[in-house]
Design a protein around this ligand. Structure first.
Ligand SMILES: *Cc1c(COP(=O)(O)O)cnc(C)c1O
Length: 472
């Protein structure tokens, strides 16, 4: 399998060549040159597999430059009961007729990003050792991504993580989750500023190409192809649990921000998994809902990007959306480049014609809806009072939209993207009580912390990286 860019760079690249990369050199996103098709006989054989072995089967369709025995071992080490809390890894629980919830958030940081990030940690360590290289991951976080990256990379040989977060602005639980990690290769850096200051520092450091090369600076952002690929697996696992027979179609409702999660669903559907519809749920930051309703894709500026109670979906543009657009445009890289190459940060957009828009639902199964703070609270309350299940605000957005759009007889799986304990204040607002907390996380706020506070100054961050980069 070879990988190409959505913007036309057709240099064929193997999986491990793009594993440690973000964007393609031409600014596009990597996609496989084609989607392998999975037939009904294969699907039925896969139904009996453990999650780890299912992951191996799917990954090996896309990865031909890691020996099979090594890849299987990496999957088996990653997707364990110990790490994800159950044998099923992503267990389904029924809610009401036709609706169930697939738990993707029982990994180390209690959010679905662990599903991909944990595998990425194992793949990075493997590939860096094979090349005799090291990597310094630099990132900015306001919550979920940073902690998932740290828990994935902790103790991994050849990798260090430098994670910037806004000093004092994350929830007490999120701070405790990150800052209590004491592994030598994890560097928590609390910046005296807001999240945007953290992001500006990451940009400034990465723009210094000499520093970037000398210190092997990399990232683990949501456009990384390996992350997307790892996420394809739980659509297969969810379908297997929900479908009562081999041809039954199952739809998925996906709380969405950067379009990474639901893009993995699109890929699973292109592979032949019997997915009915892909129901995209947004919060008040409705870039995606606006597109699927009107054909208009419009990047938002800072003033129009709202801080909501489902903060991991607060986006101004959907970074993975270009991948789906490329498929929608029949993989016309010239058109994709024309549409996306001109989008500047914070502004710009395009409109597709009505016939192309119609193909989103007819040929690709996409529909969308939007959820607000009031919807979120009402949905959390309803799930708790009528079904005795506590859901987090992001999952509530998914459930709200699933209920609004579900057709008679349609079987819909809502993806649970985080556990409620991560967003305690919204749970208290909805239910008047504190969220449940997994026993292993009791009292983490009291653990000793490893964090350095720095002013919002890229030079200071560079100095810290240089001092810690022992391989340089
Ligand atoms: C990241 C995240 C999302 C959004 O996922 P995308 O892949 O960016 O669409 C939704 N919910 C939670 C809890 C998240 O952490």
């Amino acid at each position: 399998m070879r990988y190409i860019s959505t913007r036309g760079d057709a240099t064929p690249r193997a999986f491990c060549e793009i594993l440690l990369e973000g964007l393609a050199p031409d600014g596009g996103l990597y996609l496989p040159e084609r989607y392998p098709r999975v037939d009904a006989a294969t699907l039925s054989r896969w139904r009996g597999l453990s999650y780890a072995d299912l992951a191996f089967e799917i990954l090996s369709l896309y990865i031909d430059d890691i020996p099979a025995a090594d890849l299987r071992a990496l999957c088996r080490r990653t997707y364990t009961r110990d790490r994800f809390g159950s044998e099923a890894i992503v267990p389904l629980r029924g809610l009401e007729a036709g609706l169930s919830i697939e738990a993707l958030s029982n990994g180390p940081t209690l959010a679905f990003k662990d599903m991909a990030m944990q595998l990425l940690g194992a793949l990075f360590e493997y590939e860096l050792a094979r090349r005799g290289e090291r990597l310094n991951i630099l990132g900015a976080t306001s919550g979920d991504t940073g902690s998932a990256a740290e828990y994935a990379m902790r103790g991994k040989r050849g990798v260090q993580v430098f994670m910037l977060s806004p000093h004092g602005r994350m929830s007490p639980f999120q701070q405790a989750q990150m800052y209590s990690l004491r592994d030598a290769n994890i560097h928590n850096i609390a910046i005296e500023g807001v999240f945007d200051d953290c992001q500006d520092i990451v940009k400034a450091v990465s723009a210094d190409l000499d520093f970037k090369r000398r210190h092997r600076i990399g990232s683990v952002n949501s456009i990384n192809w390996a992350r997307l690929l790892a996420q394809v697996v739980y659509y297969f696992a969810g379908w297997s649990q929900a479908a009562s027979h081999g041809h039954e179609r199952v739809s998925f409702a996906v709380p969405s921000g950067n379009f990474g999660n639901v893009c993995a669903g699109h890929i699973a559907r292109m592979m032949g998994l019997p997915i009915g519809r892909l129901i995209v749920a947004t919060n008040e930051n409705d870039v995606l809902d606006e597109f699927f309703r009107s054909g208009r894709y419009r990047v938002r500026g800072a003033a129009e990007t709202h801080e909501t109670s489902s903060p991991s979906m607060d986006i101004s543009k959907a970074s993975n959306f270009e991948r789906f657009a490329f498929d929608l445009l029949d993989r016309d890289a010239v058109r994709t480049r024309a549409l996306f190459g001109a989008l500047a940060a914070g502004e710009g957009g395009f409109s597709l014609d009505a016939a192309t828009l119609e193909r989103c639902s007819r040929d690709f199964g996409f529909v969308s809806g939007r959820s607000t703070h009031a919807d979120r609270l009402a949905t959390i309350r309803d799930a708790w009072q009528r079904h005795g299940t506590m859901i987090d605000p992001h999952t509530a957005d998914g459930l709200k939209v699933a209920r609004a759009l579900r057709l008679p007889g349609e079987r819909v799986v809502v993806l649970e993207t985080a556990l409620p304990v991560k967003f305690a204040s919204t749970i208290v607002e909805a239910l008047g009580r504190e969220p449940e907390r997994p026993a292993a996380l009791a009292g983490i706020e009291a653990l000793p912390r490893r964090v350095q506070v720095l002013p919002a100054d890229a030079q200071r961050v560079k100095a810290l990286i240089a001092a810690a980069d022992v391989g340089a």
